[in-house]
Design a protein around this ligand. Structure first.
Ligand SMILES: [Mn+2]
Length: 457
């Protein structure tokens, strides 16, 4: 951590020398928390600043920034892939990012330069938190850095945050912002009745319980869970022994349903509570908080997400909650659409074409959820959605398929490349953008490539 901090001090000095500062950040939970950390640090240092969010940094955006001629630009949660272009345009810039870098620059703060893994040891908001600490007293922003790391799923691999993330959690605990404990990892512990938490569980998918309200209520009654009036209790309202009973019951249920051991193990993990947030609210649990932020980002309402991160719990917070509700309605509608039209099955994949009926920013999530509803879990699922400039493709696999050789990132990238599109991502989840007329050629190509991947391992 030491050399990263030394570099952070140099970057901080470069920022604090200037007064008119432009912050550019990524439009997702990690990017929103990164921007909030930077903006708060700048405000505390008495600096003037502007802030903007982008989905992806490209040459034309960089040129627009250069045209406005800020004295310095701080890129957070992005920029490491565009260092050459940033330098080429002569931008005075600090890049605070955790993505794998290409090229280098004078003020480039990135864990990969120090052999620290940016996928699970520190996030964009973590790097920016180190930068903010070098700019002044900003340790109290550790909770935002934890929300960003959880938003980037950095805690999933080991069931807890490790590496520098761990040190950030510790700082958060020291200043009373964070509490961490082993608990059920399911989503909605602060905000949903327990039966809804089970009903909406998609990872792991609980055959017989997921999507089935009555079965979930029955399951909890069998566990001897008490009613309170007409309302079911939320997870945070349960006594420790009740929680333990439900967890044991769930583990047994999953084992007899034949769910993979690594999935059952992920039922329990470390969860992060933000102690300064109101109990039972969407911002109390790091995972729920990051979902709230992503809901604002997905609908291009980054400024709402930023305001929530900066502490707004009135108007913008309510706007964010509305966006989250709308997001959930859209997901339900999306899944119903897929249920209605069904999926088409080729040899090595299954797919559906949402046309303009599902927004491209959520079609990947809908695809992932559809598998458990209408699809075949033995095949990856691919979804098409129309956008203004082409067709967005989203693909989702699962761990079993990855073990058999599936690499959706490589498959999407090469199939998209052959039809003048672009694609990439991760082995288990990837995306691409292709020309409208190339759909059928693309899907045939993808089917063939995935077939080769699954056969050769
Ligand atoms: Mn990130």
């Amino acid at each position: 951590m030491h050399r990263l901090e030394t570099l952070a001090r140099q970057c901080a000095a470069a920022i604090l020398k200037e007064n008119d500062i432009h912050v550019v950040s990524h439009i997702d939970a990690d990017g929103l928390t990164s921007a909030a950390i930077m903006c708060t640090a700048l405000e505390r240092a008495g600096k003037d600043y502007t802030v903007d969010f982008v989905r992806q940094l490209d040459e034309s955006i960089l040129r627009q920034i250069a045209d406005t001629n800020p004295s310095i630009t701080v890129f957070t949660d992005l920029g490491s892939g565009m260092l050459e272009q940033i330098n080429g345009l002569g931008l005075n810039a600090v890049v605070s990012d955790h993505h794998i870098p290409s090229g280098d620059g004078p003020y480039h703060l990135n864990p990969h330069l120090f052999n620290i893994n940016g996928a699970y040891e520190i996030s964009g908001s973590g790097v920016t938190f180190l930068l903010a600490r070098a700019m002044g007293r900003n340790d109290d922003l550790a909770d935002l850095a934890v929300v960003g790391a959880v938003g980037d799923m950095q805690h999933v691999r080991q069931g807890k945050l490790i590496g520098i993330n761990r040190q950030i959690v510790r700082l958060g605990m020291e200043n009373g912002a964070i509490h961490c404990q082993r608990d059920l990892t399911m989503f909605g512990k602060q905000t949903r009745p327990v039966f809804r938490m089970l009903q909406y569980s998609s990872d792991p998918y609980l055959p017989g319980l997921s999507g089935n309200e009555d079965a979930c209520i029955g399951f909890l009654k069998d566990m001897g869970l008490r009613f309170q009036g007409e309302n079911w209790l939320k997870w945070i309202d349960l006594e420790p022994d009740e929680k333990q009973r439900v967890i044991s019951g769930l583990i047994q249920y999953c084992m007899s349903a034949g769910i993979a051991v690594h999935k059952i193990q992920r039922l329990v993990g470390e969860v992060y509570t933000l102690l300064r947030e109101r109990e039972g609210s969407e911002t109390r649990d790091a995972s729920e908080y990051s979902t709230l932020l992503n809901a604002t980002a997905r609908y291009d309402r980054a400024m709402t997400g930023l305001a929530v991160c900066r502490g707004d719990r009135n108007k913008e917070y309510e706007n964010a909650i509305e966006l989250l509700k709308e997001h959930r309605r859209n997901l339900v509608e999306g899944i119903n659409l897929v249920k209605g039209q069904g999926v088409k099955t080729l040899v090595n994949l299954q797919y559906f074409d949402a046309g303009d009926k599902i927004k491209d920013t959520i079609v990947g999530i809908v695809a992932g959820m559809s598998v458990s509803v209408v699809g075949n879990r033995k095949l990856p699922i691919i979804a098409f959605a129309d956008t203004e400039d082409g067709v967005k493709v989203s693909g989702r696999g699962n761990y079993d398929l990855v073990h058999k050789g599936l690499n959706l990132s490589a498959a999407m990238s090469s199939a998209a490349g052959s039809v003048n599109g672009m694609g990439g991502g991760h082995d288990i989840a990837a995306g691409a953008t292709i020309p409208k007329e190339a759909k059928s050629e693309f899907i045939r190509m993808l089917d063939r490539i995935i077939g080769t991947q699954l056969r050769t391992t």
